[in-house]
Write a protein that binds this ligand. Structure first.
Ligand code: ADP
Length: 159
């Protein structure tokens, strides 16, 4: 049974993330989307809001679930008995940082391997930061995120 974690901030989840989830669901028996609850980082959505937003998009997959986690990824991996971490690579700029994290995690927990999926070309420009930036100015974000979550994002900026 190959259980993989797909960790991230997902603040908010985008079509780029969903593409990685769909492809991971084909590669592994089980995929757990891990929403990082990082109190040091100010997020647009709380971890619980992000979990329920993602959960609503996962009904098409029988082998994907979502959970929040705090602290170290290796501890979360041990806790749920996962030996694979999935990360998406958009451009070389992602690579250096990702390589360092993956190597550090293996030093700390040698059983844990990181698998990198290269982004689909049509989403290579896309990031949660871009979505937040566009939404904050009332821009059209329908190319970036599923329509179900657009009102939730807009609501954050209407206050
Ligand atoms: P983090 O703060 O951990 O980087 P993100 O939510 O920004 O969290 O991203 C989670 C993962 O999804 C990362 O591996 C990131 O590279 C990947 N990712 C983000 N956007 C895309 C995209 N458009 N295509 C493919 N992978 C992506």
């Amino acid at each position: 049974m190959k259980r993989a974690i797909y960790p991230g901030s997902f603040d908010p989840i985008t079509f780029g993330h969903l593409d990685i989830i769909a492809r991971s669901a084909d590669l592994f028996d089980e995929v757990v989307v891990g929403v990082l609850d990082n109190s040091a980082k100010t997020a647009l959505f709380s971890a619980q809001e992000r979990v329920s937003m993602i959960d609503g998009l996962l009904s098409v997959y029988s082998n994907v679930s979502v959970r929040a986690f705090g602290g170290l990824l290796i501890d979360f991996a041990k806790q749920i008995d996962a030996h694979v971490v999935i990360r998406g690579l958009r451009a070389v700029t992602d690579f250096e940082y990702e390589l360092q994290i993956a190597q550090t995690n293996r030093v700390e927990y040698p059983k844990l391997d990181t698998v990198f999926l290269t982004t689909s070309l049509n989403y290579s420009y896309l990031s949660s930061t871009i979505v937040r930036e566009f939404a904050s100015y009332g821009g059209d974000i329908s190319h970036f995120v599923p329509e179900e979550i657009i009102p939730l994002i807009q609501e954050k900026y209407s206050r």
